[in-house]
Design a protein around this ligand. Sequence first.
Ligand code: PBG
Ligand code: ZN
Length: 321
Amino acid sequence: MGPYIRPQRLRVSAGVRAMVRETRLHPADFVYPLFVVPGKGVKEEIASLPGQYHVSCDMAAATAREVSELGIPAVMVFGLPEYKDECGSSAWDAASPVQLAISRIKTELPEMVVISDVCLCQYTEHGHCGVFKDNRLDNDASLSLLAKVALSHAKAGADMVAPSDMMDGRVKVIRQVLDGEGYSRIGIMSYAAKYASAYYGPFREAADSTPQFGDRSSYQMDPANSREALREVALDIEEGADIVMVKPAMAYMDIIRQVKDTFDLPVAAYNVSGEYAMVKAAAGKGWINEQRIVLETLTGIKRAGADIIITYHAMDAVRWL
Ligand code: PBG
Ligand code: ZN
């Protein structure tokens, strides 16, 4: 006599497995990140992110078109400016690459959802996400600058702004400034639970945003904490966030799940540069099957509770679905 109850009955064929599958990836789950640089006709592979490119704003629009043709509804734009200074003023310069790319993409593809990363670290000489006073990060002085950045993106045509700086109170100030200037329809996707992570290494090389001294652990979260993540998310929701993000994704799937179970807003997860680079490196060596690893990982992130996944794998993943 063998077992009476056999879970394998639901795995006997591809058809049965498809019927009982709980989690399915869809092109609309994804947001594709873009790194925009000055110039025209530029498309250069990023050394730390094989398969990803530095693009000028014209090429950014061309890439956005490919993204859209795959059924992916949104891009997230990051800019590399022409100049850096103490306070990151190129971040709100209407002629900087991000602003130009946003308006170019929205002109050519009005249906594309353009989300802009709002931060100062690519734009400040010291590479931190806020400004300094007396050798200390000045949270409160950073807020009005971040709001200026968000407003400049809204003016360029962004549909949604995504503050990634982790300054306390920034969602509220951004909301107030956007509303005050007539941009109440622009959404805020806040990097609500953003950890001080070693997984951002390849991004910082790609965005030239490595801090020139110290690290980000006085403003990004301690990887050891989960209750604090719920507190951060609760605050951002109170301040007016429309979508809350957990970042990185793979080492923080428990956080994604807790945020999903605790709040009723859409949850985004950022499958960050280091997660991508590790897959690319191991796949390049022939140690893993890239396609299977990527789809398994993205399925895991969605199963953990992510409604939206920001990932460098987005275009490949959709081609493999
Ligand atoms: C800038 C920013 C970072 C990322 C997104 N926005 C880097 C950081 O905070 O150091 C990381 C994205 C990635 O690693 O893919 N604040
Ligand atoms: Zn930053």
